[in-house]
Design a protein around this ligand. Structure first.
Ligand code: UGA
Length: 445
């Protein structure tokens, strides 16, 4: 019989996972405590921007393979496998991860698990969490160790979430050792059954214990963050020496041991994952008594934060007037293109700093306007690039949307007061902009 799946937590990760599990052929029940979210998803509407997700959601809501609920009892009754996809944000007031959602899910679900099943954690958690949850499930569940726990971290990128879920570049299965009677668990086989299609298509599987699986997630994000801060540190060196960091990235990126991907210098990383994950990782290392192993991540974080101030400085250098009274166009509010996510967005952080200097800041983003307005109601907002740039003394490109890469410098020169542009993502062709009469400044070039 085909496995039935529940997905607990229908945010960005869970909603994508639920739709993709239905696409892989399973009957899926999504669970969230947010009634409004569940109503939207049940109507086939995705409450955030993720290319390709809405058609997939609609397809499977209509086929009847995918439905949603707010009831834990229903999910427990329905599914053989429960995926835990709730968020683990940075805790208020410190660096550690807030695990309250994960704990709540286990405390609500476990007492209702009355038949053999596998609970699969996907949320990003500090190493050591899974073991504690496994004990908690054994303690609360009426079926004892017939309710198993596995850890299967997700590595999906916003903007590519569907593709990354259906065709992941690797699968990590963190499973428990044999139970008290010396019998092996079923979790690995169950996960292999669920991911049979991507595995058949060649996705490698790494089977590990719990802590390795938990670490695989944060180690990957720490590495990516380090790669970005490394090239941003090189951008500082390029600015000091007159070098060009984009060419430097090509020069070192051709070495396959280094690789060119994730070596784009600019405004640095933001979003709901990289910044909070490296901080939670440092906090956890400290608790484990190995804080020194990760002190370099403090530097990674500091380099990243410096980018924001540097871009503000460059804007100031281009202005021929004081901040108050200057008009600045900010293109981009999302933390990266193809997303409406503004969590820890470097773009909005810079926009806010410019505003606090006294400038009149007008923001345009193709998708993230609603969120930006809520977070920064004191900024001005325009409905298009030309509207945002009308009368501007300087234009800043802070998120590299395709639409911004393709802007016509001649047309835009007609609407601004002063043709000066800061390309904080190094995504424009400097020669083209200079030829059209613009003062162009990238970062690290
Ligand atoms: C990141 C990881 O890439 C995923 O593998 C991981 O699953 C996810 O976090 C997560 O933990 O859930 P995501 O936050 O969607 O994914 O975004 P990325 O594409 O990694 O970009 C992160 C930030 O780095 C963005 O602000 C982006 O603009 C910046 N970045 C990226 C650079 O500044 N330079 C680069 O070369 C690449």
């Amino acid at each position: 019989m085909t496995l039935r799946i529940s997905v607990v937590g229908c945010g960005y990760l869970g909603a994508t996972h639920a739709a993709c599990m239905a696409e892989l052929g399973f009957d899926v029940l999504g669970l969230d405590v947010d009634r409004e979210r569940i109503d939207a998803l049940s109507d086939g509407n995705v409450p955030f921007y993720e290319p390709g997700l809405e058609p997939l959601l609609r397809k499977h809501v209509e086929s009847g393979r995918l439905s949603f609920t707010t009831s834990y009892a229903e999910a427990a009754e329905f599914a053989d496998v429960h995926f835990v996809c709730v968020s683990t944000p940075q805790r208020d007031g410190d660096f550690a991860a807030d695990l309250s959602h994960v704990h709540r899910v286990v405390d609500e679900l476990a007492p209702l698990l009355t038949r053999p099943c596998v609970v699969v954690g996907k949320s990003t958690v500090p190493a050591g969490t899974a073991e504690g949850l496994a004990y908690r499930i054994a303690e609360l569940s009426p079926v004892d160790d017939a309710a198993e726990l596995a850890w299967n971290p997700e590595f999906l990128r916003e903007g590519h979430a569907v593709e990354d879920t259906l065709r992941p570049d690797r699968l990590v299965f963190g499973v428990a050792g044999p139970n008290r009677r010396g019998e092996p668990g079923r979790a690995e086989d169950v996960l292999r059954e669920i991911y049979a299609d991507p595995i058949a298509a060649g996705t490698p599987v790494v089977v590990s214990d719990y802590p390795t699986a938990e670490l695989a997630k944060v180690a990957a994000n720490a590495f990516l963050a380090t790669k970005i801060s490394f090239i941003n540190a090189m951008a500082e060196l390029c600015e000091a020496t007159g070098g060009d960091v984009t060419v430097l990235a090509d020069a070192i990126g051709h070495d396959p041991r280094i690789g060119r991907r994730f070596l784009n210098a600019g405004l640095g990383f933001g979003g709901g994952c990289l910044p909070k994950d490296i901080r939670a990782f440092m906090a956890r290392a400290g608790e484990l008594g190995v804080g020194e192993a990760l002190t370099f991540l403090r530097e990674v974080d500091a380099i990243n934060q410096r980018r924001r101030e540097r871009v503000v400085e460059i804007a100031g250098e281009l202005l021929t007037r004081p901040w108050p009274g200057s008009r600045i166009a900010v293109l981009g509010a999302a933390f990266k293109p193809d997303s409406d996510d503004i969590r820890d967005s470097p773009a909005l952080n810079v926009a806010g700093r410019l505003h606090l200097h006294g400038a009149h800041v007008t923001v345009y983003d193709p998708q993230a306007m609603d969120g930006a307005r809520r977070l920064w109601p004191t900024l001005h907002y325009a409905d298009s690039v030309p509207d945002a740039c009308a009368g501007a003394h300087v234009v800043l490109v802070l998120t590299e949307w395709q639409q911004f890469r393709e802007m016509d410098p001649y047309l835009l020169a007609d609407v601004v007061e002063q043709p000066a542009i800061v390309d904080a993502r190094n995504c424009l062709n400097p020669a083209k902009w200079r030829a059209a009469g613009w003062t162009y400044r990238g970062v690290g070039r």
